[in-house]
Design a protein around this ligand. Structure first.
Ligand code: ZN
Length: 343
């Protein structure tokens, strides 16, 4: 396998949110932890800002213009949670551009097997015309669209393990079958979307897979869903690219949510994802989303990159089948994904 690639940019520190959990300190903590490990052997590169055309493939020009205008006026609140400062526009363009460049490294340029884009602001709550939930542009969705438009991918799978439902990504691809969106998220919780009954619509019916879990869910639930539902879905869908919307706010230490995933749980989920990519012989791209306890965030990003970047793909982890995973697999097998029967 060629050297894994990591995209970053100092503009991530210029998105000034004041006393907000989604703060520049998140990137500082992650980069300090990775630096102490010599970046785990990743080839570290500065991201370019996204081309306007890459963003406009999913977000209308007026959405980008509105954010640019707000930045130019000195910033302000978009909603109760979402803040824009003078540096946010450049930061958001690099966050999207890093994800696009990650896809180029995976599919177009040197065909790196593994790459990561570690920027802020995060992206998975951003809808086509609506910034929300700390997110301005939907970085992982822009990356998926770029893979389809410019890199010859026919099918892309996005696995979102952030504790919040990725409503933006869900909405952007709800009516399409060329992107399989699969999310594990705590419910009820912000933003209140993502019931199991939301399966997409039209040509996309069945290609949105929502796996809500109750507050208090820990490794037994999350790792079982990753290994016994998400991985079999990937085997059935056979994507050309696997993208991970990697949030770390399902961690037991996270202040914003109520799940109980441990460091070992993130390591196991990362092993499931990496093993799936290895089995399908497809590249894996990791895009940072949330995660607000700086210790848990920096440790678990490190564990994810360590597990993903290992030259020898890990074996799929030994994870017991939790009843919630069994129910989800049965439901999917009976509806859109017969291959999940008895997995
Ligand atoms: Zn989140």
């Amino acid at each position: 396998m060629s050297t894994p690639v990591l995209l970053r940019h100092p503009s991530s520190l210029d998105h000034d949110t004041g006393s907000h959990p989604e703060s520049p300190r998140r990137i500082v903590a992650i980069e300090r932890a990775l630096e102490q490990r010599d970046w785990l052997g990743f080839d570290v590169r500065l991201s370019e800002p996204a081309q306007r055309a890459s963003i406009e493939a999913l977000h209308p020009a007026r959405h980008i213009d509105r954010i640019e205008a707000l930045c130019a006026r000195g910033g302000g609140m978009i909603d109760m949670d979402t803040i824009v400062s003078p540096g946010s526009c450049v930061a958001a363009h690099h966050a999207a551009g890093g994800a696009v460049q990650m896809v180029d490294a995976l599919l177009a340029d040197e065909r790196a097997g593994i790459a990561a884009s570690l920027h802020r602001p995060p992206g998975h709550h951003a809808e086509a015309e609506r910034a929300m939930g700390f997110c301005l542009l939907n970085n992982v969705a822009i990356a998926a669209q770029h893979a389809l438009d410019a890199c010859g991918a026919q099918r892309v799978m996005i696995f979102d393990w952030d504790v919040h439902h990725g409503n933006g990504t869900n909405a952007l691809f709800a009516q399409r079958d060329d992107v399989l969106f699969c999310s594990i998220h705590q419910s009820p919780l912000y933003p209140g979307t993502g019931p199991a009954s939301d399966v997409g619509s039209g040509a996309g019916e069945g290609y949105t897979v929502n796996l809500p879990v109750p507050g208090g869910s820990g490794d037994a639930v999350w790792c079982s869903l990753a290994e016994h539902v998400v991985a079999p879905l990937g085997r059935a869908y056979r994507p050309d690219l696997l993208l991970l919307s990697a949030g770390y706010d399902a961690h037991a230490d996270d202040p914003l949510a109520g799940c109980e995933v441990s460091d070992d749980g993130y390591r196991a989920m990362a092993a499931s994802v990496r093993a799936l990519a290895g089995e399908l012989a497809i590249p894996l791209g990791i895009v940072l989303e949330g995660g607000y306890d700086l210790g848990a965030l920096s440790r678990c990003v490190t564990l994810t990159l360590e597990t993903a970047g290992d030259a020898e793909p890990p074996a799929a982890p030994e994870v017991a089948v939790h009843p919630l995973a069994e129910q989800a697999a049965t439901r999917l097998a009976e509806s859109y994904w017969p291959a999940l029967a008895g997995d």
